[in-house]
Design a protein around this ligand. Structure first.
Ligand code: MG
Length: 374
């Protein structure tokens, strides 16, 4: 691999508030740094951290090389460059840990520009008017022509930036400044407004909003099932045993409501149906509790990175009466699914004595389930 990424995360920045440095604070249920690292998945990643943070690295659950940072930003970058020296790296991207929303598009533009330039970095033209101020008053104006707001990752040919850092006296604001001091040309590529640097508490709220929009991924599934009545004195419906003058015929416990719901969840994932996962021809599922099927479907939901947002089950029968049991059914389903009961609806209707449910030959159930990306 000839391109490495250095993530600079050794800072102690305190302007963002909180008990821990901002790169270790939580953003959408993960440390900021976990988002940043994930954006560079597939690259050789070197993480520069403060020695005090060594124990936190395991929380990131990502394979990275770890280097102890120095007292300043450029000392930290230098330490990582030295750690990579002689390992065959040809190009290096140097990125601030506090920019977790970096997109593949910006990374791609920086890398493409390195085909023609020794250095390349994303930036946005300044669009606001610029003033100088003193004592709360405007003391002068400044032309914005030719001014840019610098972002990262800043990309360089490895040997050139290593030499530039070794020659630099220290105190550079970023790696482009180091490159400039060494006379390296640096191409400007288009940055993105969303590639913001988390600095103040309000930046976290903005970043969460952007992530919510990016991750908006809603999946809907529906399921339908029918079981015929047979001899018996109770029926299983949505995980609850309901006394009745008949039973329900089926290979498993014949819980028609739970089957419809389980199929709705498999449907939302586009992963077939109960019959495919638990073939009726397989004797091990004879008389099985249907909660096994629902729990399996929910395991698939979590493995795919989704959560169940809500579901709605409708039981279609003349009898037994569902109303008195609906709360218990919702509680039973919520327990198996692992969500609050307010996300689970169970209701019933008759078919006005028409058709097979009207003639009380069996019970039908339909269900919908909504999954959202977590
Ligand atoms: Mg069934």
């Amino acid at each position: 691999m000839t391109t490495a990424v250095i993530i600079v995360a050794a800072g102690r920045g305190s302007r963002a508030g909180g008990d821990v440095p901002k790169q270790w604070q939580m953003l959408a249920q993960r440390p900021v740094l976990a988002h940043t690292l994930a954006a560079f998945k597939g690259f050789r990643r070197v993480l520069v951290i403060h020695p005090d943070d060594r124990d936190r690295v395991a929380d990131l659950e990502q394979a990275v090389e770890v280097v102890a940072g120095g007292a300043t930003r450029d000392a930290s970058v230098r330490a990582a460059l030295e750690a990579l020296a002689g390992s065959g790296v040809r190009r290096v991207l140097i990125h601030d840990a506090a920019r977790p929303l970096i997109s593949a598009a910006v990374i791609g533009r920086v890398l493409a520009a390195l085909d023609h330039a020794q250095g390349a970095a994303p930036a946005l033209p300044v669009t606001d008017a610029l003033w100088r101020g003193a004592d709360g008053h405007v003391s002068g104006t400044q032309s914005r022509d030719g001014l840019y707001r610098a972002q990262t990752p800043q990309g360089f040919h490895f040997d050139a930036i290593l030499a530039a850092h070794r020659a630099h006296p220290g105190g550079a604001a970023d790696d482009v400044a180091v490159a400039q001091a060494a006379g390296m040309p640096v191409a400007i590529v288009a940055g993105e407004e969303d590639n913001l640097k988390l600095t103040y508490p309000a930046d976290f709220a903005r970043a969460e909003g952007i992530l919510r929009g990016r991750n908006m991924d809603v999946r809907l599934g529906n399921g339908f099932d029918v079981h015929a009545f047979c001899e018996g004195d109770q029926v299983w419906l949505c995980g609850v045993s309901v006394p009745h003058g008949r039973g329900l015929l089926g290979h498993s416990d014949a819980d028609v409501g739970m089957h419809a719901l389980t199929d709705a969840i498999y449907g939302a994932l586009a992963e077939g149906d109960i019959g495919q996962h638990f073939p009726p021809s397989d004797p091990q599922w004879k008389g099985a509790e249907s909660r096994i099927f629902l729990a399996h479907a929910m395991g698939r939901v979590r493995a795919r990175g989704y959560a169940l947002a809500n579901c709605d089950v409708t039981l279609i029968c003349e009898r037994p009466k569902i109303g008195p049991h609906a709360v218990a059914m919702r509680a039973a389903l919520a327990g198996i699914i692992g969500v609050e009961m307010e996300r689970i609806s169970v209701k019933a209707t008759t078919s006005e004595r028409l058709g097979f449910t009207g003639r009380e030959e069996g019970i039908a159930a339909m269900a919908t389930a909504t999954l959202v990306r977590t």
